[in-house]
Design a protein around this ligand. Structure first.
Ligand SMILES: C[S@@+](CC[C@H](N)C(=O)[O-])C[C@H]1O[C@@H](n2cnc3c(N)ncnc32)[C@H](O)[C@@H]1O
Length: 284
């Protein structure tokens, strides 16, 4: 496999020059995608079978198109999801947020817990819960029609027949479930409108509706999630909300100063940054 190794090395240098953070991995992922094999099987590609479309993929990555748009796939916990233009690429930090919710749902003394994911995007959080929590009934809410289309495809593949998609606004959705939900989770848009992300993959390819929150501080959607969760949850139910690392105190206080909540906690991602707030609706 000397030929492919040499091509990958050349591509790695080009991607590094373009500022791609993980150039070797990305070059190998593109090679694996183009040749239709897992990355660990690249050694089986014969020189004669080298596919020149590798260099088309490398050129797109060099222009800082997200790797996931080039391969059409994003990995989230145990899922391989379809993604592309018009939908937010799920992030590793959200895996921790979803994991916290999954642990609580598994501990709950409820046979078939009812869960709501507000702003589902590709369906990453909702589908992980459906996959990892036996018998969970999951409702995924998404307002954007393009993102809705991606979620629909992923739900068909991974929804376990227990995931329902709703084309609704998270500020006023699912009134039929008022007071009946065991856990509400959300990774809403939260970047303040003036704070433009540095990475071109985010700035130029993630949809603005997924990134930028409304209001001066970008937290209007988080406020809406808090209100919707308070309406939907049964007493003792959990709310789980992701936020930017600098917004931890603001989101903590948003829940702590509302009377309905107890056990409000600010939690960290795997890099130790403040990443999500959890709270329980008061029991009475
Ligand atoms: C940051 S993305 C998160 C997507 C997915 N939950 C994830 O973690 O990968 C936020 C999502 O919320 C959706 N969204 C924004 N405002 C909304 C609203 N008012 N109602 C419902 N969905 C909304 C966006 O279209 C986007 O798909």
């Amino acid at each position: 496999m000397t030929f492919l190794i040499d091509e990958i090395a050349l591509a790695t240098a080009r991607l590094a020059e373009a500022g791609v953070p993980s150039p070797r991995t990305d070059a190998e992922e593109i090679a694996a995608f183009v040749h239709g094999v897992p990355r660990g099987m690249l050694h089986t590609i014969k020189d004669a079978d080298f596919d020149a479309r590798f260099w088309e993929g490398v050129a797109r990555r060099e222009a800082r198109e997200p790797l996931q748009h080039i391969t059409g796939r994003a990995y989230f916990r145990y899922l391989s999801l379809e993604v592309g233009p018009g939908v937010f690429v799920p992030r590793p930090e959200t895996e921790v947020v979803a994991g916290w919710a999954i642990d609580r749902l598994r501990e709950m003394d409820v046979t078939s817990p009812v869960v709501v994911d507000l702003g589902t995007g590709s369906g990453a959080i909702a589908l992980s819960i459906a996959q990892e929590v036996a018998l969970a009934q999951v409702h995924a809410v998404e307002i954007d029609p393009v993102a809705y289309g991606w979620a629909k495809r992923n739900i068909l593949e991974h929804g376990q027949g227990r995931t329902t998609l709703h084309p609704e606004d998270l500020t006023d959705c699912l009134r039929e479930l008022n007071g009946q939900v065991d856990l509400v989770i959300s990774n809403p848009p939260y970047i303040p409108p003036g704070a433009i992300p540095r990475d071109p993959e985010v700035r130029d390819y993630d949809p603005s509706r997924a990134l930028y929150g409304s209001g001066e501080d970008g937290l209007d959607e988080v406020r809406a999630v808090e209100r919707t969760a308070r309406r939907l949850l049964r007493p003792g139910g959990f709310a789980v909300v992701e936020h930017a690392d600098q917004q931890g105190n603001a989101v903590y206080w948003l829940f702590a100063e509302e009377n309905g909540w107890r056990d409000v906690r600010l939690r960290q991602d795997l890099t130790g940054r403040d990443r999500f707030v959890t709270a329980r609706l008061t029991q009475d």
